[in-house]
Design a protein around this ligand. Structure first.
Ligand code: FPP
Length: 254
């Protein structure tokens, strides 16, 4: 929990009575789900208990996003830097997608959710890859909410890979250096087919992006809350959207 109370950090309130404008729901919401460890520590529990509770929050928030007609929900579940954590915690985090899909896949299918991932998929343990791949296939014909899980994702790595691919295209004379533009780089990102996030939420009071969607979030509206991810809920989700609806997005214009 951050020591200082900043005016734009929000506390949980009950806001279910608030009417959101249906015309201005952010199409793409990205979330940095932070604070699982602290949630567990506060209760004298091991860190994995926080991640487990965090997984249950994922289930709840997917339903809520669907309810408010969000089109894409991107969740930062494991970063390229998270490999620095103790092996036991990594193993647990790698088992979570399996557990999540084992218990929740039928509901995802029923709710017309399509599962996708961004990140270096090949480097994941075989059991994680298999469970995720299976769910991606089983939900591939769904055309409702896209649940996009960032697994082994890092923005700098993503951009470095994109630059390498562009250099190869130049080498093979697919296009010239002068023809490289933003859309060329965009086409080589994991998110090439997705709209950029309209709203980016981070829980737990930390005010940084932590290598998440650095290119894609260039014009995202940012929203921070001191609540820890396991405590994130519908009221806070609605509050974030309400704040978003009150902002003027100018994209550099006036
Ligand atoms: C950051 O909190 C959280 C993570 C690195 C893991 C996030 C994973 C989940 C919420 C579960 C995901 C589930 C599915 C199905 C994808 P932290 O551990 O850094 O917390 P701390 O800063 O309080 O220590």
């Amino acid at each position: 929990m951050s020591k200082f109370k900043l005016p734009f950090l929000r506390k949980a309130t009950t806001l279910n009575d608030y009417e959101l404008s249906k015309e201005n729901i952010p199409e793409h919401i990205a979330i940095i789900m932070d604070g699982n460890g602290r949630w567990a520590k506060k209760r004298g529990l091991p860190r994995f208990a926080g991640h487990r509770e965090g997984m249950d929050t994922v289930k709840k928030i997917v339903k809520v996003a669907n309810k408010y007609d969000v089109k894409i929900l991107t969740l930062y579940a494991f970063s390229t830097e998270n490999w620095k954590r103790p092996k036991k915690e990594i193993d647990y985090l790698m088992k979570l997608p399996m557990e999540f899909l084992h218990t929740y896949l039928p509901e995802l299918i029923e709710e017309n959710v399509r599962l996708e991932t961004i990140g270096e998929f090949e480097a994941l343990p075989p059991h994680t890859k298999q469970a995720v791949q299976d769910a991606i296939e089983k939900t591939s014909r769904n055309d409702g909410l896209i649940l996009n899980i960032a697994l082994n994702y890092g923005s700098r790595y993503e951009m470095t890979q994109a630059i390498q691919a562009i250099c190869k295209d130049v080498e093979s004379k697919k296009y010239t250096i002068d023809e490289i533009d933003e859309s060329a780089l965009n086409q080589h990102l994991y998110t090439h087919h997705l709209k950029d996030p309209d709203l980016l939420i981070r829980t737990s009071g930390e005010l940084r992006l932590s290598n998440f969607l650095l290119w894609q979030a260039a014009y995202s509206e940012l929203w921070f809350t001191e609540e820890l991810w396991p405590d994130f809920n519908e009221d806070l989700f609605v509050e974030a959207i309400r704040d978003y609806q009150q902002r003027k997005r100018r994209f550099g214009g006036i």
